[in-house]
Design a protein around this ligand. Sequence first.
Ligand SMILES: Cc1cc2nc3c(=O)[nH]c(=O)nc-3n(C[C@H](O)[C@H](O)[C@H](O)COP(=O)(O)OP(=O)(O)OC[C@H]3O[C@@H](n4cnc5c(N)ncnc54)[C@H](O)[C@@H]3O)c2cc1C
Length: 425
Amino acid sequence: MKAPSVIVVGAGIVGSCCALELARAGVDTLVIEKGLSVGWEASSRSMGSLRIQGREPAEIPLAVEALRRWRELASKAEFEFVEGGNLYLAEHDRELDVLRSLHEQAVSGGLEDVRLLDSRGVERLVPLRDGASKGGLYSPYDAQCDPQRAVAEVARLAEQVGARFLLGERVTEVLVRGEKVRGVATAAHGSIMCSHVVVACGVGTPRLIRTLGLELPIKAVGVTQAESRAVSVTFRPTLRAMRFSARQRPDGRLVLGAGLETRADQFVSLSDFTRLVEWLPRYWVHRRNIRLSFDLWPRGWQYVRGGVEGRSGELAYPGPNQALIDRAARGLSSVLAGSPEIVIDRYWIGLVDHTLDGLPVIESLDRPAGLQLAAGFSGHGLGIAPAVGGVVAAAVLGATPPLDIGAFSIRRFAAGRVPIPERFI
Ligand SMILES: Cc1cc2nc3c(=O)[nH]c(=O)nc-3n(C[C@H](O)[C@H](O)[C@H](O)COP(=O)(O)OP(=O)(O)OC[C@H]3O[C@@H](n4cnc5c(N)ncnc54)[C@H](O)[C@@H]3O)c2cc1C
């Protein structure tokens, strides 16, 4: 195989966006993906919300730039892309405080068109049963896409401008000589040389960079979603309430999640003793959002040690939490006008790569030189990936990054305690 200049490990949305920007800049790029298609793990299981509102302040500039790029991508490729905004819905007066604080955060982050609505304002955006809402917070900025198709299309655009994709191959090690990256070792193709490696492996990232002595505190948590048959009520914004979240596809189908009170599943394993003192406060703050699972059969000893990762890096998924989604569907139906029946066609679960502080790691390292990290997106990666692609490509080309990424350095985890994120996802 012809040696590329840059190897991107992982063909999720982040790796695919990096490959697109690198190839556009004329860099010979090879993407290596262990799955049999692009978007094998989190990216194709995402809800599809391209959200700016409700992001951590440090992420807002990335999210704004990313949305601009999503618009451009949608104009060049064939995937569902709806600029319908995002609506937080309060069903009870007590929830209005959460919306006020989200509103303050949005305005101080420069999102001046985000506005608080009374129940009439909410009903103008979504057909609701009388009295179902106490108010809302609406952002006109946000959009939605079909993630599975979007990641495939981004990869296709990358291929069109010269990026190559090697699917079904696992990278086992990043190779270094002296203090510089010189390539990767793979399971079936041996060593492949290059001058830069971009690690965009989602939950697989800690395992790969551990071979370089780097530690990235990530927990893999399983989040369930579902898709329903078409319903007759129509709305454009992505809806988020305490007990449900939903976006409506153009054909009327709903993509459903369990809302701000979602519960994610996490296998408990011996690996959880690493940095336990730092993770415990985070568990405590978000204890209502996490369901710990001690059920080890039939996953066996390897998962006792490594959590969702088996000995060679294969992932074990908890089963989807159908009861949680059924409850969300009932909750949504109870607020919509006419209380339509929501019939679920399929449930699925995806693994979110949660970091300790809920922020990603996006960094070009000095040691080893030539290593770029883009991982730990903590449930926000689909939305911001196109901007991350631009930042990573600039770093590889030795240019100043188009956006400030100082908050996303991996060094923050070694420098002491990091803040606990306010929201679970
Ligand atoms: C249920 C769910 C709903 C979500 N909803 C949203 C949403 O609405 N909006 C949003 O912005 N985000 C959402 N997210 C988060 C978003 O999906 C992720 O942040 C994003 O997909 C991360 O992309 P990635 O490319 O970093 O990771 P991934 O998509 O996981 O890609 C990493 C790739 O690396 C490959 N890989 C790993 N290790 C190796 C190796 N050693 N060698 C070769 N290949 C390897 C994997 O197979 C995988 O394909 C959601 C996530 C889940 C699970």
